[in-house]
Design a protein around this ligand. Structure first.
Ligand code: SAH
Length: 214
């Protein structure tokens, strides 16, 4: 497929899979239209880059379905100039979408081979507002907290407390919570010491692997 054909497929994806399903935030639609998802997909699956599904990436992980990336990003409701934390860099695709909208993105991945590959793709695409870290993201990144938004792209058994603590006031944690087969996606918004939890949709993510405490 040529670059133009990928772009046409991407704009069609934004219209059919995202806008028509109710994602209306113009900045999110623009970000989804700008990020070349095919650059994050392996050669074997590249022809499916703009299909309505998650796809396998290395290390037994997945690149999320485009609609899910858009829905999670919209749920964060980021004002301009926000700082965001992503847990589970994976392919780096969701990272790029966040980098289109936020002033600064901090992203943590436990599998170093995935982090390396995501970093090289994002560097080549010219993103300059992303900091990478290899490790257990369920503990957050306290040195750079608080964050306006925290996005977890792997399924947690329970809401990770350490992440809630790293939210700014009015900040939002978007996280899939539940068992291995499927989960509930929640947006949890902080109001001082209180938190308000909103259900977004059912979803299916790979598990969040937490390291034992040291
Ligand atoms: N947003 C990514 C989704 C990748 S799948 C994309 O669209 O490509 C989820 C990722 O979370 C996997 O790469 C997995 O290795 C990573 N992960 C799982 N548990 C983690 C943890 N505790 N800390 C950081 N990353 C984790």
């Amino acid at each position: 497929m040529s670059g133009d054909a990928y772009e046409a497929a991407r704009l069609d994806m934004v219209e059919r899979q995202i806008r028509r399903r109710g994602i209306g935030e113009p900045q999110v639609l623009d970000a989804m239209a700008n990020v070349p998802r095919h650059r994050f997909v392996s050669a074997q699956h590249r022809h499916l880059s703009y299909a309505d599904s998650a796809l396998p990436i290395a290390s037994g992980q997945t690149i999320s379905q485009p609609y899910m990336v858009a829905a999670m990003t919209e749920a964060l409701d980021l004002p301009p100039h926000s700082r965001v934390l992503e847990v589970g860099t994976g392919s780096g695709y969701q990272t790029a979408v966040l980098a289109e909208l936020a002033a600064k993105v901090f992203t943590i991945e436990r599998v170093s081979a995935l982090a390396d590959s995501a970093r090289s793709i994002l560097d080549r695409l010219g993103y300059k507002n992303i900091r990478f870290r290899v490790g257990d993201g369920s503990r957050g990144w306290p040195e750079h907290a608080p964050f306006r938004g925290i996005l977890v792209t792997a399924a947690a058994a329970v809401v990770p407390e350490r992440l809630l603590e790293q939210l700014e006031d009015k900040g939002c944690l978007v996280v899939p919570v539940g068992g291995d087969s499927d989960q509930d996606l929640y947006c949890i918004k902080r109001f001082g010491r209180d938190y308000e939890r909103r259900f977004i949709t059912r979803c299916r993510f790979v598990p969040l692997v937490e390291e034992p405490p040291t």
